[in-house]
Design a protein around this ligand. Structure first.
Ligand code: SF4
Ligand code: SF4
Length: 636
């Protein structure tokens, strides 16, 4: 007898099966079309561009799970097992349908190999499901949620797999084929079913297996399983050109097509929750919950199910995106939610409202005057670009915090002294310098952001600026990544952070330093590191100073901890919590035994200085800006 399989062996009512299959596929496509129409209603500026790199990424990071494996090997392998087991079984079902309806080729050796492959796929899926169950309900991995849906989906898949193996066992018992061992699990189960029992039970289990499988397919678009479809798309669109739709041309809180796909792609894996600095210091906020609640609201009109003031906890640090296996940026999505609240005037922290009003009137979030903006420069003999004719000057964009905050002013003073020491021709905009708009953008006040950005762009154009160096990584991110979405001409301007200029000066000018004999550590500001990918420049500057030993903290580079000052958190009421993010960070710095904690951002400098005081660490560690440290080391 030639080895092969009779598709509807011992089954009646084939017509009913086809009807159910048709219904299942129809429900699946209805759900899919619903998602696609939501995506299509999202904001978009141009068609999605084809990118080979993105295809490669989908293959490596999505299908081969490269990104999931990174960081949590255990979870990655488990996911690989479930995905590949499920995918191969699904593919096997399609091949069987092709063989049955179009071209019969599954017989003989080909059929035996096919059976063996499906058996292995089933086994892989079973192992993956047991692993998932143990992680979630026995080991109780903290970052995983335990909602009814999670248990239901696991059990659903598990019963499909188990009934599949039982059916094999019954079929082998009833037919006793000589090739039964190729379905080795079913082969071992055959003894559970004497032939007459197998024949009686087979139809019942067949229908149970079929109904569960068909309903599972139908349920995919209505459960978190939809990530199977949305995740590869989210991974693909990651690099699509950024765009900003002017505030007056969109409704507040309207998501882009990209954000809507990303919301659907979330697998609820909880990696973002584990990394989120707000969650980890015990604040009542978790990025995954915002994404889940939003998805429920979009598709099921359920209440957002979390007090909406929670969205103000996000510091926009980007740590969540760094670990998200499918590139969901909760902070971008939260920005849109904030923008809706700003427009409605609901739930916005009172201090934030005052800050935005000040920004609107005085072009800075700190003080109610524009006149004092350049006071820090008094006596330093710094060129005011707006008052002289010389072109080709390096424009030093000081930024609001560095201009007004007494501690942060030291950044501007020391950087200017270093530039002068190196004979760099530079100038500032003095009192005319506006805010770059970062804070307005992060909190969703898009109209105000555009106003501030326009003021900056006009100044750059009026004074023929070609190169800009900024104090704040927040200004750098806004100018480099968001201004080009507003005006294309800006692409002719080069933007730098001062750490990059310092690195260049050390290389080109052969700066001579004193030997310092110090142990120091470095805090990567979120907007310099994660958001702008500048990790090495500040480290190279520190390492260039003889005698200095740079020791890394437990969290560094992409994995760095947020100080808690970004995303508008600097301008919100203090929360009553046990440990602040900045305090957690300074304690980590102390653990290295370093005498000095160096950083490269005015907000980090202020936050870490405050934490040093509140933790009474004044005699243990110093907090310095990179410029202050370099100036201290320069041989004058
Ligand atoms: S946003 Fe990303 S990291 Fe967070 S739960 Fe969803 S998939 Fe996981
Ligand atoms: S950006 Fe930072 S603070 Fe905001 S959700 Fe992500 S990890 Fe949490």
């Amino acid at each position: 007898m030639i080895p092969q399989r009779e598709i509807f062996w011992h089954i009646s009512y084939k017509g009913l099966f086809y009807l159910l299959a048709f219904m299942s596929i129809s429900v699946f496509f209805y759900g899919l079309v619903r998602h696609i129409s939501v995506w299509r209603a999202g904001l978009r500026k141009q068609k999605i561009i084809f990118l080979w790199g993105a295809v490669k990424r989908v293959f490596l990071e999505g299908i081969l799970a490269g990104r999931i494996l990174r960081g949590d090997l255990n979870a990655g392998i488990m996911h690989l097992f479930i995905f590949w087991g499920f995918f191969l079984l699904f593919l096997g079902t399609l091949v069987l349908a092709f063989d049955h309806w179009i071209f019969h080729f599954l017989f003989g050796t080909c059929y035996l190999l096919f059976s063996l492959c499906l058996e292995i796929a089933g086994l892989i899926l079973a192992v993956g499901l047991i692993w998932a169950f143990v992680r979630r309900y026995v080991k109780k991995v903290k970052r995983l949620e335990n909602k009814k849906e999670d248990l239901l989906l696991l059990l659903w898949l598990a019963i499909i797999v188990v009934t599949g193996f039982l059916l094999e066992g019954m079929r082998i018992s009833a037919q006793s084929p000589s090739w039964g061992i190729f379905s080795f699990l079913g082969f071992f189960l055959r003894d559970l079913f004497p032939k007459h029992v197998a024949l009686d039970m087979y139809p019942f289990f067949w229908w149970l297996h079929a109904l569960l499988s068909l309903s599972f397919v139908a349920a995919i678009p209505f459960t978190k399983m939809f990530h199977v479809i949305a995740s590869p798309i989210s991974i693909y669109i990651k690099d699509q050109p950024a765009f900003i739709i002017p505030a007056e041309q969109k409704q507040a809180g309207q998501f882009s097509y990209k954000e809507l796909i990303q919301i659907d792609a979330c697998t609820k894996c909880g990696r973002c929750v584990e990394m989120c600095p707000s969650t980890s210091v015990g604040e009542p906020f978790a990025p995954r919950d915002v994404i889940s609640a939003l998805r429920n609201q979009i598709y099921f009109r359920k209440d957002i199910n979390l007090p909406s003031k929670l969205i103000w906890y996000c510091t926009t640090c980007g740590a969540c995106l760094e670990v998200c296996p499918v590139y969901v940026p909760p902070f971008e999505i939260i920005r849109e939610l904030r923008s809706k609240q700003i427009e409605d005037g609901t739930e916005v922290p009172a201090l934030m409202i005052q800050t935005l009003e000040r920004l609107y009137k005085y072009n800075n979030p700190w003080v109610s005057t524009k006149k004092k903006r350049a006071d820090w420069a008094k006596g330093l003999d710094i060129v005011d670009i707006t008052k002289q004719d010389e072109k080709e000057l390096l424009c030093y964009f000081v930024g609001c915090t560095t201009s007004y905050d007494i501690r942060a002013q030291e950044i501007a003073k020391s950087f200017s002294k270093i530039l002068k020491y190196c004979d760099v021709k530079f100038g500032i905009f003095g009192k005319k310098e506006p805010c770059c708009g970062d804070i307005a953008r992060r909190v969703g006040e898009d109209g105000l952001f555009e106003e501030q950005a326009d003021l900056c762009l006009d100044l750059f154009q009026e004074y023929g600026i070609k190169e800009v160096v900024v104090s704040s990584p927040h200004c750098l991110y806004t100018m480099k990544n968001e201004y080009p979405c507003l005006r294309e001409e800006i692409q002719n301007i080069s933007f730098f952070h001062y750490s990059q200029i310092l690195e260049k000066l050390i290389k080109e000018k052969n700066l001579v330093f004193k030997k310092l004999n110090m142990r120091v550590t470095y805090h990567d500001p979120c907007y310099l590191g994660r958001h702008n990918k500048i990790f090495d420049a500040p480290r190279n500057v520190i390492k260039a100073i003889p005698g200095v030993k740079l020791v890394e903290m437990e969290h560094f580079r992409e994995n760095s901890l947020c100080c808690g000052g970004g995303g508008g958190r600097m301008w919100q009421e203090e929360l009553d919590i046990e440990v602040r993010m900045s305090e957690r960070r300074i304690m980590e710095a102390c653990d290295t035994g370093a005498e000095v904690l160096i950083t490269c951002c005015p907000l980090c400098l202020i936050m870490l200085e405050d934490a040093r005081k509140s933790k009474e660490l004044e005699n243990t560690i110093k907090v310095m800006d990179l410029n202050e440290f370099v100036l201290m080391a320069l041989k004058t």
